[in-house]
Design a binder for this molecule. Structure first.
Ligand SMILES: Cc1cc2nc3c(=O)[nH]c(=O)nc-3n(C[C@H](O)[C@H](O)[C@H](O)COP(=O)(O)OP(=O)(O)OC[C@H]3O[C@@H](n4cnc5c(N)ncnc54)[C@H](O)[C@@H]3O)c2cc1C
Length: 404
């Protein structure tokens, strides 16, 4: 095997990292390039399922996939370690336990929670960031139920769950809670009215990416299943007891407080000295950092402009996976001294689940879905992501098939 083969290092095994690695193994024969995938854990997880893990409606094992089940370690060098920073001048990645040089680098380290500086939010609220943080929420909610049942004079607010943020993650999460909380009430023999699910959103509406009709449908569906909304209510502080909300600074109390109101690019980007736009790296149309010949930034770490609309594309799994195709093709082009492709997003639409039995969606250009067709479509999307990463075997092992 040639020792002169270029070394391509992919950081992060999320949607963008897994797909880039897969495409690279298709673009290059083993003797043509060394491919290295670095990830914090030995598993990939479906970030888009984390709200289900947090609510307890999907097990953490279903949402994660062993990376070595997808890539043969003889074909892709797998390093399970935490990326600390990138030293671009020396073409080196610093990991917690070692260092790594590269010829081509793909940064796809995903998101971190952004609390926008809201006082106390980082200290007192949970966030849905990865498998561990989601498991912690699930365990905490169940602990509140067990504690309530075992105490003689339990805190009447302890079963309340406050969710800050009425965007995609917040709404999908309260949808799962609407399914799970009645089950926990039954399990612990507690009256359903004792556990409130409250979503707090500062903007005048939830789910800004959908039209008014779909939003109204989604809101009613959730309200019918016991979700309460405080809309147009800004959170000024998070305390150990709950959120301080609105102009009259009402303290809304809960035993479980979760912040889903914002994400930004991984903090490694800032530590590495990259120029950031709202916590992300602005990339050229070929997905490289301007003036950096050999560094691509993808997924939730990248700021990719939608030139037509004059604003960046929303960070989604769909976007991350499409970027991966172009990044892998462009690395191949660079190695071959060929022209690079520009990234063009093909938006296939969005579907938001409202629990396991209801959903809303807007697909292709203007087809609106709700109820059963939207629920079925959501499962198709979830299974498609598994298929893209690991083929039919992975779909059969981890896929979602139940629609009712
Ligand atoms: C609850 C929820 C629901 C969502 N629903 C949808 C949806 O329905 N549709 C949709 O399109 N999008 C959805 N999204 C957004 C979508 O999940 C993200 O846009 C997508 O995951 C971005 O992919 P990525 O590859 O950039 O990052 P991720 O998929 O987040 O992957 C990042 C990877 O990097 C690893 N990593 C992070 N830091 C380090 C480090 N320092 N060292 C080593 N490894 C590291 C992580 O462990 C992870 O494996 C949802 C997000 C959430 C949280």
């Amino acid at each position: 095997m040639s020792t002169n083969r270029p070394k391509i290092v992919v950081l992060g095994a999320g949607y963008a990292g897994m797909m880039t690695t897969k495409r690279l193994t298709q673009q290059f024969r083993p003797e043509e390039a060394e491919i290295v995938l670095v990830n914090k854990h030995n598993y990939h997880y479906q970030s888009t399922w984390l709200h289900e893990v947090a609510a307890g409606t999907v097990s953490h094992n279903q949402a994660r996939v062993m990376i070595s089940d997808v890539f043969n370690p003889n074909r892709v060098r797998l390093i399970y370690d935490e990326v600390v920073e990138v030293n671009k001048d020396e073409q080196r990645v610093v990991l917690e336990n070692s260092e790594l040089s590269y010829d081509y680098l793909v940064i796809s380290l995903g998101f971190v929670t952004n609390t926008f500086g809201i006082k106390g939010m980082e200290e007192h609220a949970f966030s849905i960031e990865d498998i561990e943080s989601s498991q912690l929420i699930r365990e905490h909610i169940e602990y509140q139920f067990a504690k309530y049942k075992s105490e003689e004079n339990p805190d009447e607010n302890s079963l309340n769950i406050l969710v800050g943020g009425g965007g995609f993650t917040g709404i999908e999460f309260v949808g799962e809670l609407a399914e799970q909380i009645p089950k926990l009430c039954k399990k612990y023999d507690i009256d359903r009215s004792k556990a409130r699910i409250i979503n707090v959103e500062a903007a005048p509406s939830i789910l800004p990416m959908f039209d008014k009709e779909l939003v109204a449908y989604g809101k009613k569906s959730l309200e019918d299943r016991g979700v309460e909304f405080m809309i147009g209510a800004a959170i000024s502080e998070c305390t150990p007891e709950g959120f301080v909300v609105g102009e009259d600074k009402e303290l809304v109390k809960a035993g479980t407080v979760v912040w889903t109101g914002g994400v930004t690019g991984n903090s490694v980007l800032g530590k590495s000295g990259f120029e950031l736009t709202k916590g992300k790296v602005n990339v050229d149309s070929d997905l490289r950092i301007p003036d950096e010949e050999n560094i691509f930034v993808l997924g939730d770490c990248s700021w990719v402009m939608n030139e037509e609309q004059g604003r960046p594309y929303a960070p989604t799994a769909q976007l991350a996976m499409q970027e991966a195709d172009v990044a892998a093709a462009n690395i191949k082009a660079l190695v071959n001294n060929a022209p690079l492709e520009s990234f063009v997003f093909d938006d296939k639409g969005t579907v938001a689940s409202l629990g396991d039995t209801d959903a809303i969606g807007s697909i292709f250009t203007d087809t609106k879905l709700r109820g059963l067709p939207a629920t079925a479509m959501k499962k198709v999307i979830d299974n498609r992501a598994l298929f893209m990463i690991g083929g039919p075997k992975l779909v059969l092992k981890k896929g979602k098939f139940r629609v009712f």
